[in-house]
Design a protein around this ligand. Structure first.
Ligand code: HXC
Length: 259
């Protein structure tokens, strides 16, 4: 299968690898990419030979967030009526085989949220995580306000979501966001080795383990994510969303009205 914004391959006959591939936009997650990622994940999930899936990016960026160029022009009616992102961002949650995020460089906004939707995050020492949506006049819209506090606790999550600052790999590991940190040169090998270990176990046990851990993790999550998504949609009714995204695209400082 040939894709436009991702590449797929199989390693060791049992590990499906998806590489996000929009280098000029730091792997910004547009509709095409999320559609293709969903298709690739579903195909690996259905492939009997595959026991584990890895999602990765480039050295510079896992993904720098949802595509601001695409989002900037949306109105509240567009995002609410179209239920922006629910359609193609929720696919990953239906994948029953384990998904490892191998993260190097920026994992920001939707990029951090995508990593958190995976089951294991293995980070390179140059990884940077953050939820900078506040700087664009919006809030996280793909589960960040719900999954980040579950992963790192309220104090750290509030800090990141309210200031929009990034945290490096060492801080992310201390906070419990990432499973392991390795030197960048070892990232691909470490993720593949973990995936091969997982693939070697009983598929049924692995799927049951994933389902069980998720049950612990996801209690009450659906309501929270929907609440977040509606607020995210609502912010498209504000001038600050227009200002924040326009300022980013024109490489100038945003001047927000509501502060
Ligand atoms: C669209 C993006 C992008 C994004 C980077 N680019 N991030 N395009 N959407 N999220 C583009 C830049 O416009 C630029 O294109 C090119 O990638 C390289 O980026 P630079 O900014 O020149 O690189 P650098 O100076 O190294 O800064 C890297 C960066 C910065 C710190 C990651 O790009 C940045 O702050 N990006 C935005 C991060 C962000 O706000 N993410 C959250 C998005 S909102 P040109 O054409 O100029 O070379 C979100 C909401 C999710 O994710 C809600 C649910 C979907």
């Amino acid at each position: 299968m040939t894709y436009e914004t991702i590449e797929t391959r199989v390693e060791a006959g049992q590990v499906g690898i998806v590489t996000l591939n929009r280098p000029k936009a730091l792997n910004a997650l547009n509709d095409t990419l999320m559609d293709e990622l969903g298709e690739a994940l579903k195909a690996f999930d259905a492939d009997e030979a595959i026991g584990c899936i890895i999602v990765t990016g480039s050295e510079r960026a896992f993904a720098a967030g949802a595509d601001i160029a695409a989002m900037a022009k949306y109105t509240f009616a567009d995002v609410y009526k179209g239920d922006f992102i629910t359609r193609n961002w929720e696919t990953i949650r239906s994948i029953r085989k384990p998904v490892i995020a191998a993260v190097s460089g920026f994992a920001l906004g939707g990029g951090c949220e995508l990593a958190m939707m995976c089951d294991v995050i293995i980070a390179a020492d140059n990884a940077k995580f953050g939820q900078p949506e506040i700087k664009l006049g919006v809030i996280p819209g793909a589960g960040g306000t719900q999954r980040l506090p579950r992963a790192v606790g309220k104090a750290k999550a509030m800090d990141l979501v309210l200031t929009g600052r990034m945290m490096d790999a060492a801080e992310a590991e201390r906070a419990g966001l990432v499973s392991r940190v390795v030197p960048y040169e070892k990232l691909a090998d470490e993720a593949l080795a973990a995936a091969i270990v997982i693939s070697g176990f009983s598929r049924v046990a692995v799927m049951a383990a994933k389902e069980a851990v998720n049950r612990a993790y996801e209690g009450g999550l659906a309501d929270g994510v929907m609440f977040e998504r509606r607020l995210f949609h609502s912010l498209y009714a504000t001038e600050d969303q227009k200002e924040g995204m326009d300022a980013f695209l024109n490489k100038r400082a945003a001047v927000f009205k509501h502060r």
